[in-house]
Design a protein around this ligand. Structure first.
Ligand SMILES: [Cu+2]
Length: 312
């Protein structure tokens, strides 16, 4: 069954299903331990939810090519959009399984709609209320992911190494940057004619860099949302905050809108240099959760899995 992905702010049922599913995956332990993923100290069980956080962190450590500091197996290159699409799709399938409902869709947060509000109103928007996903704090004090109900169990130390922990979720909201991206900035990204451009890094002015947020003025769109939320949304373990998925679902929705306009094409081709491993159209995407390889080219048309209630 295909799911429909809906706006978390205007659809209470989509919000409630997301919250229940995340809390259930957070409480599900299927056997993986911290020792299995190379974390020192006494072995502890790792929840299904936290395995996704680990996957994201490990992907950010796979530099492509090795030796340079920017492009990795999931960011700062063409695979940014397909890789996160795969991650979200797998999480959505887990939500459907744990909720026993194969029509549950991951909700999206249309952050540019809040970015149209006056800056002082942005951290007070409905999504940050207790009946949304709760607000700011160290730890977050209210809502479904407050410290009494939701614990961060894996984060990273100052050297970027994974470690076990037990603490509440952290958010700062509007501290790293004052304002969210605007609808005008989304429109400007959608007007970029090329998906991505050689040399496939942070510098080129293609659609992917606009949406990821390296161009035209960093931090833009996706990156700006991470920085604006702050706290646990900053480091490579950013999927610790469930809002990670709401941000990326909106990013995926904007990519889908671009493909509806421009066609389901992807760059670079498989003939590109080996230096672009993980980013070429037929390269298996980096994963610790699936055994069958999935390539960027295979996730361009996802209509059999899900669609969005609204694209733009
Ligand atoms: Cu990411």
């Amino acid at each position: 069954m295909a799911s429909i992905r809906r706006n978390i702010v205007t659809d209470q049922a989509a919000r409630d299903a997301f919250v229940s599913g995340v809390l259930a995956l957070k409480a599900e332990f299927l056997g993986t331990t911290t020792a299995d993923i190379g974390i020192a100290g006494p072995a502890r069980q790792v929840s299904t939810y936290d395995l996704f956080t680990v996957w994201h962190h490990l992907a950010m450590g796979q530099m492509t090519p090795p030796g340079q500091a920017d492009r990795n197996a999931a960011h700062s290159g063409p695979v940014f959009l397909p890789w996160h699409r795969l991650m979200l799709l797998l999480l959505e399938l887990q939500l459907q399984r744990v909720l026993g409902d194969d029509e549950v869709g991951l909700p999206y947060w249309d952050w540019a709609a809040d970015g149209a509000l006056p800056s002082a109103a942005q951290p007070q928007a409905p999504i940050w209320q207790p009946d949304g996903i709760g607000g700011t704090g160290t730890p977050v004090a209210d809502g479904p992911f407050g410290a009494d109900r939701f614990q961060v169990r894996i984060d990273s130390d100052r050297f970027g190494r994974l470690r076990a922990t037990d603490r509440g979720l952290r958010r700062t909201l509007a501290a790293g940057v004052r304002t969210l991206p605007t609808p005008q900035q989304v429109s400007a990204a959608l007007r970029r004619p090329a998906y991505d451009l050689s040399p496939w890094d942070r510098g080129v002015a293609g659609f992917r860099n606009h949406l990821e947020g390296w161009r035209p003025a960093p931090p833009g769109l996706h990156n700006r949302v991470h920085v604006w939320i702050g706290g646990d949304m900053g480091p490579a373990t950013s999927p610790n905050d469930p809002v990670f998925y709401l941000n990326h679902c909106n990013v995926d929705r904007i990519w889908e809108a671009w493909m509806v306009d421009r066609g389901r094409s992807y760059q670079p081709p498989q003939s590109a240099s080996d230096q672009l491993r993980f980013h070429r159209t037929d390269d298996p995407m980096y994963s610790i959760l699936i055994t069958q390889p999935i390539t960027p080219g295979q996730v361009l048309d996802i209509g059999t899995f899900y669609s969005y209630d609204q694209l733009t």
